[in-house]
Design a protein around this ligand. Structure first.
Ligand code: ZN
Length: 372
């Protein structure tokens, strides 16, 4: 999900990332402007800055409304036309599917609304203050007329984002309607395929008319792909049971082991974290790093004294997302899986990450095969 984007900062605790298509924008502005007149670096950059600021305002609008619904944003990826906000699933409140579509429609509408309001305010100020702005003169977006560009950048953003192309806001609204009658992954897939078709049409249409259209098509295509990947991950998280990914062949330690013995066992295992068992009872967990640290600080002792006695257990049928929530909420790195109080397996953060990537890939392959 993070591919093709770079982190540029944090805003209100939310990671802000720029998608690499944003780097095309300055080049594109230089190129189209230089065909009209000699390029002017600072003004061209200012135009890019205006577009970026309008996208950011749009995205902040989405986030504020999402927050009111208990969704906690983790990162926002800015593309030249829109943003993709990634929510922190482990901390966000869950909501009934019947209520979710209304929430999604409201969150989606806020972005274009913010741009519309900004355009009206900007026009209201510019019209009397800057007489030479010529708000109705073509081309609407032009580095040599930044006030006019500010008004039109907002109008374009509002209009374009209402196209029914997922993950633009119009497409999100469409998806929310699909989600009323099908599960969320299927609704996303349907919205994404409509979006891909429209993006293709824009790209081709742009070749015969305005190159901006091709640019818009490329951006929509990248954004749809970003979202689709996030959705596949989420469906893996929700649908895969722990018994499908848990490690059943693992080493355990005893509370009566000395730290030196424990280290000796750890050296011969790939595991970084170990369940500590007495007889058939789980009594704690300990990591390789903790064993080493204790040996270094306090010398040899017993596992009993340094193991972590606070841990969470899960059962086979729990989903990966529930395991992830437990791991991240308490900063744990291992969860023992128990059945009738007996330890039957473990999942570790390392093993979850690994199996998720594998599962997402195999699902995508299976689906591509089914579609072709
Ligand atoms: Zn939006």
């Amino acid at each position: 999900m993070r591919s093709f984007s770079v982190q540029v900062g944090r805003l209100f605790g939310v990671e802000v990332r720029l998608h690499l298509t944003f780097l095309i924008l300055p080049l594109f502005v230089f190129w189209t402007e230089s065909t009209v007149r000699s390029a002017n670096g600072p003004r061209d950059l200012a135009l890019v800055g205006i577009v970026l600021a309008c996208v950011a305002a749009h995205e902040i609008g989405h986030m504020l409304v999402a927050r009111r619904y208990g969704l906690i944003p983790k990162a926002v990826i800015l593309l030249p036309l829109c943003g993709v906000t990634v929510f922190d699933e482990s901390r966000s409140e869950t909501i009934e599917p019947s209520a979710a579509w209304k929430r999604d429609v409201r969150v989606a509408l806020t972005g274009p609304l913010v741009n519309l309001v900004l355009a009206i305010i900007a026009a209201g100020i510019i019209f009397p203050v800057v007489p030479g702005a010529n708000l109705w003169k073509w081309p609407f977006l032009q580095a040599s007329n930044l006030p006019r560009s500010l008004v039109w950048a907002n109008l374009y953003l509002a209009g374009l984002n209402l196209l029914p192309t997922y993950p633009l806001d119009g497409g999100r609204i469409l998806r929310a309607f699909f989600a009323r009658s099908m599960d969320s992954a299927a609704a996303t897939r349907r919205a994404v395929s409509i979006s891909h078709a429209l993006a293709m049409m824009l790209m081709v249409a742009g070749l015969f008319s305005d190159t901006w259209l091709t640019m818009v098509g490329v951006i929509i295509f990248s954004a749809a792909q970003l979202e689709e990947r996030a959705v596949i991950f989420q469906s893996v998280l929700d649908n895969v049971r722990l018994e499908e990914v848990m490690l059943t062949d693992f080493a355990t330690l005893s509370p009566a082991d000395t730290l030196e013995d424990a280290l000796d066992k750890a050296v011969h295992s790939l595991q970084d974290d170990f369940p500590v068992v007495r007889g058939s009872d789980m009594v704690g967990v300990i990591s390789k790093a903790r064993i080493l640290e204790a040996l270094r600080m306090e010398g040899n002792g017993y596992v009993q004294a340094v193991m972590n006695k606070i841990f969470e257990v899960s059962v086979r049928q729990e989903s990966l997302s529930s395991a992830f929530r437990k791991l991240t909420a308490r900063n744990l790195s291992i969860i023992p899986i128990v059945e009738d109080q007996r330890l039957v397996g473990i999942v570790t953060l390392q093993n979850l990450m690994h199996s998720m990537a594998l599962l997402a890939e195999s699902r995508k392959l299976r689906r591509d095969n089914a579609e072709s």
